[in-house]
Design a protein around this ligand. Structure first.
Ligand SMILES: NC(=O)c1ccc[n+]([C@@H]2O[C@H](COP(=O)([O-])OP(=O)(O)OC[C@H]3O[C@@H](n4cnc5c(N)ncnc54)[C@H](OP(=O)(O)O)[C@@H]3O)[C@@H](O)[C@H]2O)c1
Length: 284
């Protein structure tokens, strides 16, 4: 989902794109769990920067298959860090604000201690730790609840937007109101990541759109933007039981970017408005 916006933020000649499954001719095959392959690709391409987006992102699958989660998110990250360290390449690792325990009222900053409560978040945090311990020239950027993908958007925003259209004129939707986070447009995330990685200020950063919301709040905003007269029922997370527990709060603040005068992130509502305009245009 996030990788598709790389071409919005970088010129084609600046990019060497890889993925584990590759159907497109301009995307090269790379499984980050395979150390030899990772060493070969980094050693051959010798990029200035690796933007490490690859992960097992299915939170419930991670809970059910911890070995798979740690192989993808920890071992894969270690392989990239070893290769980047060997060839003196900068590395930007995309992590998650889901690494926190979720019991804090105010948004988490980079100075709060992580306390992951599910396997996905634990594996992403171990990815952070191994990268930071193996190389000084790395950026760790924790994203919020990411949205994006347009036609292929099968995540929360895409599903709600589609339900709004399918059930018009008066959809009845249900959305969880007891968990909060920082909705983040994947394209904004990458644009801000570019600013950060060009600053040379290595280290750990929160990188989210401004503000916080529940899924219910996001669904209400989606309906408002699409000008659909939806009734969005606020429900507890027990209504949608899932294998992995989600923290009560994944809300984050870009505190270090603010301190450095580098924060370019707009509010999540502005970002969502622009995203849904594009989503609608692609549907038309
Ligand atoms: N989505 C969110 O809300 C969110 C929030 C915070 C942080 N993040 C982080 O942001 C990054 C991008 O997330 P996303 O939502 O854009 O994820 P995504 O759409 O699931 O993309 C992840 C990509 O990594 C690939 N991949 C999986 N295992 C791999 C391996 N061993 N080697 C190479 N590629 C592999 C996946 O391929 P397959 O699809 O074929 O498995 C997929 O193309 C991830 O690191 C994620 O942890 C996401």
């Amino acid at each position: 989902m996030t990788g598709r916006y790389l071409t919005d933020v970088y010129r084609p000649e600046e990019l060497y794109l890889t993925d584990i499954e590759t159907m497109k001719p301009n995307i090269h095959h790379l499984d980050i769990r395979d150390k030899n392959q990772v060493m070969d690709v980094i050693g051959t391409v010798k990029p200035k920067l690796v933007i490490h987006l690859a992960a097992e992102t299915n939170v419930d699958l991670c809970e059910q298959r911890p070995d798979h989660a740690y192989k993808s998110n920890f071992v894969g990250s270690m392989n990239l860090a070893l290769a980047c360290a060997k060839h003196n390449v900068d590395l930007a690792y995309v992590s998650t604000a889901g690494v926190f325990g979720g019991d804090q009222e105010e948004p988490y900053t980079e100075f709060d201690d992580p306390r992951p409560i599910n396997v996905y978040a634990k594996s992403k945090l171990e990815g952070e730790k191994i990268i930071r311990s193996l190389m000084p020239n790395c950026y760790v950027a924790r994203a919020g609840w990411m949205f994006g993908g347009s036609r292929q958007d099968k995540k929360f925003v895409g599903k709600i937007a589609q339900q709004c259209l399918d059930q018009a004129p008066r959809p009845h939707l249900k959305a969880v109101s007891d968990k909060k986070g920082s909705p983040t447009f994947a394209r904004d995330f990458l644009a801000q990541l570019r600013v950060l990685t060009e600053s040379g200020n290595y280290g750990l950063y929160h990188l989210v759109n401004g503000g916080e919301s529940t899924r219910h709040g996001v669904a209400v905003e989606v309906a408002r933007i699409l000008q659909v007269d939806a009734h969005v029922e606020a429900v507890g997370s027990d209504v949608f039981p899932l294998p992995a527990t989600r923290p009560n709060s994944e809300s984050a603040r870009n505190y270090k970017l603010e301190l450095l005068g580098l924060n370019r992130m707009r509010s999540w509502q502005e970002a969502l408005q622009e995203y849904l305009q594009g989503w609608q245009a692609e549907k038309a």
